[in-house]
Design a protein around this ligand. Structure first.
Ligand code: NAP
Length: 284
């Protein structure tokens, strides 16, 4: 049976470490680092994500607030808020929760956010830094995946890793991070032929697809490490990943459950990114 990689526990350790570092920053600088979240519109899932971010940010001692804007907000109003946060020296991290209402272009929002405050790591400048090996802010979920692998003691250098999904949010940055750690990385996607065979070649599989239980044991080599980013609902409405956990667990070497795997790491990494942004700004 596969060893479980416990994201809930690892995320708690990260949050405890961040809380200590936040307290130290506050003593040194006379204020804690601050995270400002912009929530535009009434998407129910976004509202839940933002409430959790708010709760954990307060728990580790970060300052900041959630800026709630109506569904009818104009692009200019939202961009004006982002400019104000960019210009405010007391703001360290800015996160605009996506999706934004349809009249607001996500690309314009991402273009405007100060890369030094871009705690989601999605600004083109941070994407470029990630792929060229320079230090920038890295997207939270991909960083969380790498942290889980590290905490589970999975060696990466020289290992064959397959990333299923090529989104800018998860698949591509995970691939960049694995590559930077000397894994041999294959990115597969909806046009890939014989997906199961490509995945079976891997010692490490990262699934970021958004299809409930797509990866069953025919996709996984015995003993492989499986990181499941997916957050889906199964046929009875229960939260599940992209991996068919019950089918894969008996043959994998290590596996993340859903819930309790990658999910808790995403917010923990957001808190850590805010701390890193504050430290970099105060040093620079
Ligand atoms: P996305 O933007 O929809 O991208 C999905 C990717 O999967 C695309 O590259 C797509 O290929 C590929 N794909 C779709 N169907 C496929 C198939 N049948 N076979 C092979 N590849 C297929 O999704 P995302 O934002 O990356 O998110 C992926 C999953 O992770 C979702 O379930 C999401 O809810 C979850 N997620 C979880 C967290 C967390 O904190 N745990 C954070 C972010 C996302 P094409 O490019 O060819 O279309």
């Amino acid at each position: 049976m596969a060893r479980w990689i416990d994201g809930t526990q690892i995320a708690k350790t990260v949050r405890d470490d961040v809380a200590q570092a936040v307290a130290l920053f506050a003593r040194q600088h006379g204020r804690p680092p601050s995270l400002h979240v912009v929530l535009a519109g009434d998407d129910p899932a976004s509202a839940v994500y933002v409430r959790n971010k708010e709760k954990f940010a307060a728990q580790v001692g970060l300052a900041g607030t959630v800026h709630r804007l109506p569904q009818s907000v104009s692009e200019e109003e939202l961009l004006t808020l982002v400019r104000r946060l960019n210009d405010d020296p007391l703001v360290d991290g800015i996160l605009v929760q996506f999706p934004v209402p349809p009249q607001v272009r996500q690309s314009e929002v991402l273009r405007l956010i100060d890369p030094e405050k871009d705690v989601d790591g999605l600004h083109a400048s941070n994407v470029g830094k990630l792929w060229s090996g320079r230090t920038g802010l890295v997207p939270c979920t991909p960083r969380g995946c790498l942290r889980l692998l590290d905490e589970a003691g999975v060696a990466l250098a020289g290992k064959r890793a397959v990333v299923v999904g090529r989104s800018n949010l998860v698949g591509k940055p995970v691939a960049a991070l694995l590559l930077a750690r000397d894994a041999t990385v294959t990115l597969v996607h909806s046009k890939t032929q014989d997906l199961a065979a490509r995945c079976r070649e891997a010692e490490i599989v990262i699934a970021a697809v958004g299809r409930a239980k797509l990866l069953n044991r025919s996709f996984i080599a015995p003993g492989a490490t499986v990181i499941d980013v997916g957050m889906n609902r199964d046929e009875v409405g229960k939260l599940c990943g992209d991996v068919d956990f019950a089918d894969v667990e008996p043959i994998a070497g290590a596996i993340t459950p859903v819930p309790g795997g990658v999910g808790p790491m995403t917010i923990a990494m957001l808190l850590e990114n805010t701390l890193l942004a504050a430290q970099a700004r105060s040093a620079g």
